[in-house]
Design a binder for this molecule. Structure first.
Ligand SMILES: C[S@@+](CC[C@H](N)C(=O)[O-])C[C@H]1O[C@@H](n2cnc3c(N)ncnc32)[C@H](O)[C@@H]1O
Length: 295
C-alpha cells in the first residue's frame, strides 16, 4: 500500500504551531539533549484522557525527567517510576531523592565557577554518588548542548559572550532541586535497563508508560552522539510495547523506519511540530495504541 496514504497527517504537514517552551514550567535541573519540555502540553492531555488518575506512570528512558516531574507536580499520576541506565544521570536522581539533596544544593550554590574550577571537577573521577551528581550537573551546564557523552567540549563563548556562565544559573538549579523535594514521596528512581522494567510491568493494569528512547532508528544517529547509552533494539522495543497491558505514549523522530514499525504493530502515529535548539522547525512523531486524545 502507498506509504503516503497511510500517513495523511505527515503528507499534509501539521498546521499546529510548535509549543513555546517558555510557557511551560521548567522543573528539571538538567538542560537535557532530546528533552521533552516541548511535549508537556500534549503529555498533560494524554494523562488527563484516562477515566481516573493512573496509579503509576513509568518513564523508562528518563534522562532529564521533565515529564515525570510534571506528572508529580501536577498530580497526573499517583506514583512515578523513573528509570535511567546512565550512571552520571542516575547519580543526580538518586541524590535528589535522598538525604544528600541538601548537600547537592549547597554545593551548587557555593561553587565558584571559572574555567579552572570547571576543568578540575570534570577531570576528577568522583568517589561518591553525590559528588558524581554535582559533576554531572556541572558538566551538563558547561558542555556544548548539555551533552554528557564522552568527548563533549566545554562552552567557550556561550550565549551573549557569557561563556561558561551562560547556562550555569546556580540559584535556579538549586530552586528546581529544592522544589523536587516537595514531591519526592511520589517519585522512585531505579538505575537499570528500560527493557527490563517494561518486561516487569508488562501485565500490570493501572500503569502508563511514557517511552522516549534515544533516536537511533531509521539510520539517524543523533542519539549515539548525545548519550553514553544509545544501543536500542527498536524492533524489540515495539514488540514489547505491543504486549503492554497499560497504555503508552512513545516519541520518536519522524523516520520512515519508525512509521513502518508503528504500522506493523497496529499503533497510531501523529506528527507534532517542535523547534530544536537551533530554532529549526521539525516534526517529531507520537506513537501510541490510540491517539484519539491528540486530535
Ligand atoms: C531521548 S533521551 C530521554 C530524554 C527525556 N525524555 C527528557 O525529557 O529529558 C533517552 C535517554 O535514554 C537513556 N537510555 C539509553 N538506553 C537506555 C536503556 N537501555 N535503559 C534505560 N535508559 C536508557 C539515555 O541515557 C538517555 O538519557
Amino acid at each position: 500500500m502507498n506509504q503516503r496514504f497511510l500517513f495523511p497527517d505527515l503528507e499534509k504537514g501539521t498546521k499546529e504551531k510548535p509549543v513555546n517552551v517558555a510557557s511551560v514550567p521548567q522543573r528539571s535541573p538538567f538542560r537535557y539533549p532530546g528533552g521533552k519540555t516541548w511535549l508537556v502540553p500534549r503529555f498533560r492531555q494524554w494523562m488527563k484522557s484516562f477515566q481516573s488518575v493512573p496509579q503509576l506512570m513509568i518513564e523508562p528512558f528518563a534522562g532529564g525527567g521533565i515529564l515525570s516531574l510534571t506528572a508529580a507536580f501536577e498530580n497526573l499520576a499517583e506514583k512515578i517510576l523513573m528509570v535511567e541506565l546512565d550512571e552520571q544521570v542516575a547519580a543526580v536522581w538518586k541524590t535528589i531523592l535522598s538525604k544528600d539533596i541538601r548537600w547537592l544544593i549547597q554545593r551548587i550554590l557555593s561553587f565558584e565557577l571559572n574555567v579552572d574550577s570547571v576543568r578540575e571537577i570534570l577531570s576528577q573521577k568522583p568517589m561518591t554518588t553525590r559528588e558524581t551528581a554535582f559533576r554531572t550537573l556541572l558538566k551538563n551546564r558547561t558542555a556544548h548542548g548539555g551533552i554528557l557523552a564522552e568527548g563533549a567540549g566545554i562552552i567557550k563563548h556561550g550565549e551573549n559572550g557569557k561563556g561558561l556562565h551562560s547556562r550555569w544559573y546556580p540559584e535556579t538549579i538549586a530552586r528546581r532541586i529544592a522544589a523536587i523535594e516537595t514531591v519526592s514521596e511520589k517519585i522512585e528512581f531505579v538505575q537499570t535497563d528500560a527493557i527490563e522494567v517494561l518486561e516487569e510491568y508488562q501485565l500490570t493494569e493501572d500503569v502508563v508508560f511514557f517511552i522516549d528512547p534515544p533516536y537511533t532508528a531509521g539510520g539517524k544517529h543523533a542519539g549515539s552522539r548525545l548519550y553514553n547509552h544509545c544501543r536500542i533494539d527498536h524492533a524489540g522495543l515495539y514488540s514489547l510495547c505491543a504486549k503492554l497491558n497499560g497504555d503508552f505514549l512513545m516519541t520518536y523522530d519522524n523516520a520512515e523506519e519508525v512509521r513502518t514499525l508503528a504500522e506493523q504493530h497496529g499503533f497510531k502515529t501523529k506528527a507534532i511540530p517542535m523547534k530544536n535548539t537551533h530554532h529549526t522547525k521539525l516534526n517529531e512523531l507520537l506513537v501510541g495504541k490510540k491517539l484519539d486524545w491528540a486530535e
